[in-house]
Design a protein around this ligand. Structure first.
Ligand code: GTP
Ligand code: MG
Length: 217
């Protein structure tokens, strides 16, 4: 993959994997769903959020990394997660499940309200250390994803692309999607240079993601 500035994240070394395992062995709880900035919990923990279009697998990924089958609500109905959902992880972290974007059937006023809230959240949260932007491995980065990448650039929030549902593509097709993602990311200054390949269904990339979160400062 050396022709790209962006590479796929390697599986963590055993000692780093252990740090991830330990953090995620801690208790995880749903704290609250928030519809406005004034409902946010105090910014007193290290925080990461999960963004991505509706149905990309945000809630499933949160369930996979926390090892809880139904912590975050998943659904076949796009647009299921409509609030900013805060989960506590151990004593030290918040995991944040963002409402999916690009859900064409949502009425415009609702879409606009989400966008305002998302913007306020991404630009106003001091403790937000990283945004994981989930991209369906079958589709790569689409036009609807670009807006959030630009918003993250403007908000100076480092974001890392997580490819989801890699169990649904053939391994020979992985390089093409990685190439497309790398190409797009090269024009986004806030992009973290490693891409994480995941399957919430099969468990791929889960230990890697845990370690990434556990080693953020
Ligand atoms: P919204 O809350 O609507 O924005 O969706 P979301 O991004 O939270 O997606 P969710 O986790 O609800 O998953 C959507 C659908 O994709 C569900 O039917 C999941 O079972 C499926 N899914 C999620 N991750 C994977 C995966 O890694 N592999 C496969 N095969 N299916 C997945
Ligand atoms: Mg969801």
């Amino acid at each position: 993959m050396s022709q790209f500035t962006f590479k796929t994240a390697d599986a963590p070394e055993p000692d780093i994997a252990e740090i991830g395992r330990k953090l995620f062995a801690g208790q995880t709880e749903f704290l609250k769903g928030v519809v406005a900035m004034d409902g946010m919990p105090p910014a007193d923990r290290l925080e990461v959020c999960f963004a991505g279009r509706s149905n990309v697998g945000k809630s499933s990924l949160i369930n996979a990394i926390t090892g809880r089958k139904a912590l975050a609500r998943t659904s076949n109905t796009p647009g299921r997660t409509q609030e900013i959902n805060f989960f506590t992880l151990a004593e030290s972290h918040y995991l944040v499940d963002l409402p999916g974007y690009g859900f064409a059937e949502a009425p415009l006023p609702i879409v606009e309200k989400w966008q305002r809230l998302l913007k306020a959240y991404l630009s106003g949260r001091q403790t937000l250390r990283r945004a994981f932007v989930l991209i369906d491995a079958r589709h790569g980065i689409k036009k609807v994803d670009q807006d959030i990448l630009t918003l993250l650039d403007k908000s100076a929030v480092i974001f890392q692309v997580v490819l989801t549902k890699i169990d649904k593509i053939k391994s020979k097709d992985q390089n093409a999607v990685i190439a497309q993602v790398s190409q797009v990311l090269s024009s986004h200054p806030a992009a973290y240079p490693e891409i994480v390949l995941t399957s919430s269904e099969k468990g791929d990339g889960i230990a890697t993601l845990r370690s990434i979160i556990a080693t953020l400062e």
